[in-house]
Design a protein around this ligand. Structure first.
Ligand code: UTP
Length: 408
C-alpha cells in the first residue's frame, strides 16, 4: 500500500490523524506504518458509533446444569469414558494466554506472575502442575496449545523454555499467536502507540480457533487424532485441565460443548451466567444481566440463573470447524490504553481511557447445538487472578490455594 492508498483508507473511516507524524518518519518506519494500515481492519473500530446497538440479546430462558450430586452418582462411568478418550489421545488442551492482564497492572504476561510466598510459584507453573496430575493419572501426555499475542509471544515462549517447561514434555507444547485489533479513544479515534504505529490490543479470546487454523495448528490436531479441545483461561490457578470426569460427562451426553460452571455466590456476582437464548445455549455477561433475570426463579422456586461460567470449556473439535467461518459478535470494552499525547509523548494511563475491540469465546457457545453446563465446587476449582487486591486477586487466589493444600 502506498501513502495515497493509505490516505484514502484512513479518510473513509475518519482516521487521518494516523498519518500525523508521517513526514518525520524514517523510510523503514513509513513502510511499517503503511503495512499496518493495509493489514488493519478499520471496519471494526467504525462499530464504535453503534456501540449501544451491538449484541442485542434474544429471549433468555433457563438452562439446567448437571449438578454435583448427579456427577457424584455417575462419577465412575464418566471417569471411565473420559480416561479412555484421553488415553486414546482424543483430548487436547488450549491455554488462552493472549490477554494483556491490565487489571493486574504488570506489563509481563500474566502467566509469569509469581504467586509464591516461600518459594517461586508462577501462574504458568500452577497450570502445568494441574495438567500433570492428569498426565500421571492416565499415563498419557496431553497436547497443550498455548495462545499468545503479538504483545507477549516472545516473553511467554522464552519463559517456558527458561523454566524447562516446568517438567512438561516440550514436544507436547505448541505456541500460536492470536490477531490484534486497533484500540481507540471513546470517540472511536485510533490511538497511536508510537509515531509509526497504531495502538493495538489482542482481539479478544474468541478468535482462538481461527488463529489455530491460520497457524496450521489444526493440522497438528488432525494428525494427533484430537477430537476434543479443553479451552481454559490463564488466570485460574486451581483450574482442572483435561479433567477426565468432565470429559466423560460431555462425551456421554453427546454435547457439542461442555462448560464448567459454579454456583454463583450472590445474584449480582460479576460472572457470566449460562442460559438459553432463543432456545439455543448461550451466556449472558454479568453486565447484561437485568434485575429481572437476576431474581428470576425456576419451576422449583430456585434461582433460575445461578450458574456462572469459569472459562473452562470442552469443545468438540469438529463442531468448531463447522462454525469457524461465522462472525462472532463484537464487544467494545473499556481499557487502559497507552497512547501518544498531543506532544508525541507516550502516556500510560492509570484509569481506562478508551476502547478495545474483542470477540469472546463465550459467544461460540451460542453457535453450537448443545451445551452441557457441568457444576464444579468453586472452592476446589475456581481461583481467578484478575486484580492486584480484593476480589479475584492474588490474595484471594493464595487463600484458596492454601485451602487446597497447595504450598506457596
Ligand atoms: P480477561 O477477560 O481477564 O482479559 O481474559 P485480560 O485481557 O487478560 O485481562 P484485563 O481485563 O486486561 O485485566 C480471560 C482469559 O482470556 C485470555 C486471557 O489471557 C485470559 O486467559 N485472553 C483475553 C486472550 O487470550 N486474548 C485476549 O485478547 C483477551
Amino acid at each position: 500500500m502506498n501513502k495515497e492508498e493509505a490516505y484514502e483508507k484512513l479518510k473513509k473511516y475518519g482516521q487521518l490523524h494516523v498519518l500525523k507524524y508521517y513526514d518525520e518518519l524514517t523510510e523503514e518506519e513509513k513502510a511499517a506504518l503503511l503495512k499496518q494500515i493495509e493489514e488493519t481492519d478499520l471496519e471494526v473500530v467504525s462499530q464504535c458509533s453503534k456501540k449501544e446497538q451491538l449484541n442485542q440479546k434474544g429471549k433468555i430462558s433457563p438452562l439446567s446444569a448437571m449438578q454435583l450430586p448427579e456427577i457424584e452418582a455417575k462419577k465412575e462411568e464418566f471417569m471411565a469414558v473420559g480416561t479412555k478418550a484421553i488415553k486414546e489421545g482424543k483430548v487436547g488442551a488450549v491455554l488462552l494466554a493472549g490477554g494483556m492482564g491490565t487489571r493486574l497492572g504488570s506489563d509481563a504476561p500474566k502467566g509469569v506472575y509469581d504467586i509464591g510466598l516461600t518459594k517461586e510459584v508462577f501462574i504458568f507453573q500452577r497450570l502445568i502442575e494441574n495438567l500433570m496430575d492428569v498426565v500421571r493419572l492416565t499415563d498419557t501426555w496431553i497436547h497443550l496449545f498455548v495462545m499468545t499475542s503479538d504483545k507477549n509471544h516472545e516473553a511467554t515462549v522464552s519463559f517456558f523454555k527458561e523454566k524447562n517447561y516446568f517438567g512438561y514434555r516440550p514436544e507436547y507444547i505448541t505456541f500460536f499467536m492470536q490477531e490484534m485489533a486497533p484500540a481507540t479513544d471513546y470517540n472511536g479515534k485510533i490511538f497511536m502507540e508510537a509515531k509509526h504505529k497504531m495502538a493495538t490490543s489482542p482481539n479478544g479470546n474468541g478468535g482462538w480457533f481461527s488463529s489455530m487454523m491460520k497457524w496450521g495448528v489444526v493440522d497438528k490436531i488432525h494428525e494427533a487424532g484430537i477430537e476434543w479441545l479443553n479451552v481454559f483461561a490463564v488466570d485460574n490457578v486451581l483450574q482442572r485441565i483435561a479433567d477426565p470426569c468432565f470429559v466423560g460427562a460431555t462425551i456421554q451426553t453427546d454435547s457439542d460443548v461442555g462448560s464448567k460452571v459454579v454456583c454463583k455466590n450472590a445474584p449480582d456476582e460479576k460472572i457470566g451466567v449460562i442460559c438459553l437464548e432463543d432456545g439455543r445455549p448461550s451466556i449472558v455477561e454479568y453486565y447484561e444481566l437485568t434485575e429481572e433475570l437476576m431474581n428470576a426463579k425456576d419451576e422449583n422456586g430456585a434461582p433460575a440463573y445461578s450458574f456462572g461460567v469459569i472459562l473452562n470449556y470442552l469443545f468438540r473439535e469438529k463442531a468448531l470447524e463447522d462454525i469457524v467461518s461465522k462472525n462472532l459478535p463484537l464487544h467494545i470494552v473499556e481499557k487502559k490504553i497507552p497512547y501518544l499525547d498531543e506532544k508525541g509523548e507516550l502516556i500510560k494511563p492509570e484509569e481506562p481511557n478508551g476502547y478495545k475491540y474483542e470477540q469472546l469465546v463465550l459467544d461460540m457457545i451460542h453457535e453450537l447445538n448443545s451445551c452441557l453446563p457441568y457444576e464444579v465446587e468453586r472452592n476446589y476449582e475456581f481461583a481467578p487472578i484478575k486484580n492486584k487486591t480484593g476480589i479475584d486477586s492474588v490474595e484471594s487466589a493464595r487463600a484458596l490455594c492454601k485451602e487446597n493444600g497447595i504450598e506457596l
